[in-house]
Design a protein around this ligand. Structure first.
Ligand code: GLU
Length: 325
């Protein structure tokens, strides 16, 4: 789970984006970045804690009243600056939360057409697909919609375009995304704490929704059909602290309820039920060396030690190889 924030309005976006990301830190992350639209796309990305991004912004400040920000929890590709979001292709910058299950097929297809990838992420596929649709003449919202129709998996995305400083386009499928509605300014975010200091009026997007957000308002269409829909506005009465707990009485309860999604997020893109197979891009073992293993050691600490004990149980049962945690 990572954090997404977007802003369009009369204020400078960078401090609002960083502050929003700070409110989403509880979701966990390994790198952070933002893209501002100001004539061109201006990108700032840093590995590690948000203060690294903050520091970068002090030495290389960036201006603009439209922007998107992201804290990444790497699923595909190492936590490096090149893999940090936003991912820019052509005039488009994209932040993404989730996992694109068919990214390898799409990457192959796009490479065949001569497209080059600057990162190891699944996300960059989305940026290329949008750029491809733009080059075919689609307007930004339609390009995002057509690209969304081609990917399979989980995503919340926010997209900005250097030549369209009047909108941010977002879409969602199985990853959370809300709109925060202000006065002459609007926000998009993964969760309410990121916007609550600016507005308490929000719209919860549904799976399969795409929203075009401008300073003055928003418009929602269905990805499948392009048909317009309206979603109810909700007023958040919680305090900022309660908002972080997402309506649960305490964090432990919230985490308990998040378990099924956390497990699904971990498995998605790595385990294929149809093919009965698992796939780990970063592990380059060949079959022969795996068959030659006589002992497995899992090194872990704290909670991961407990996870390791569960792993020992399954690995020993499946492989009959001794596992030590
Ligand atoms: N799958 C994407 C990546 O690895 C997004 C991860 C996230 O949700 O932070 O970059």
């Amino acid at each position: 789970m990572c954090g997404i924030i977007g802003y369009i309005g009369p204020q400078q976006a960078a401090p609002i984006l960083v502050e929003g990301l700070r409110r989403l830190e509880y979701r966990g992350y390994d790198s952070a970045g933002l893209a501002l639209v100001n004539g061109d796309i201006h990108l700032r990305r840093a590995v590690g804690k948000l203060r690294n991004l903050d520091q970068l912004l002090t030495t290389q400040p960036v201006l603009g009243e439209l922007g998107i920000g992201h804290t990444r929890w790497a699923t595909h590709g190492r936590p490096t600056e090149e893999n940090a979001h936003p991912h820019v292709v052509g005039k488009v910058a994209v932040v993404h939360n989730g996992i694109l299950e068919n990214h390898l097929e799409l990457k192959h297809e796009l490479r065949e057409k001569g497209r080059k990838f600057a990162s190891e992420t699944d996300t960059e596929v989305f940026s290329h697909l949008i750029d491809e649709e733009l080059q075919r003449g689609a307007a930004l919202p339609e390009a995002v919609r057509l690209a969304a129709l081609r990917v399979r998996g989980a995503y919340a995305i926010a997209v900005v375009h250097a030549g369209e400083p009047d909108k941010v386009v977002v879409a969602k499928q199985q990853s959370p995304l809300i709109l925060g509605l202000g006065e002459g300014e609007n926000f998009v975010a993964s969760d309410i704490p990121a916007v609550i200091s600016h507005t308490r009026n929000v719209v919860y997007l549904e799976d399969g929704d795409l929203a075009i957000v401008t300073r003055q308002g928003h418009q929602i269409v269905r990805v499948q059909t392009g048909e317009a829909v309206t979603r109810p506005e909700a007023h958040i009465a919680w305090s900022a602290v309660a908002a972080e707990k997402g309506g649960y009485k305490h964090f432990m309860l919230k985490e308990i309820h998040e378990q099924s999604r956390a497990i699904a997020d971990t498995m998605r893109g790595r385990a294929s039920l149809e093919q009965g197979d698992v796939f780990f891009e970063e592990l380059r073992f060949d079959k022969a060396s795996l068959q030659d293993l006589h002992r497995i050691v899992i090194v872990a600490c704290g909670t991961s030690w407990h996870a390791g004990l569960v792993g020992k149980h399954y690995i020993e049962q499946a492989t009959r190889i001794a596992v030590e945690v």
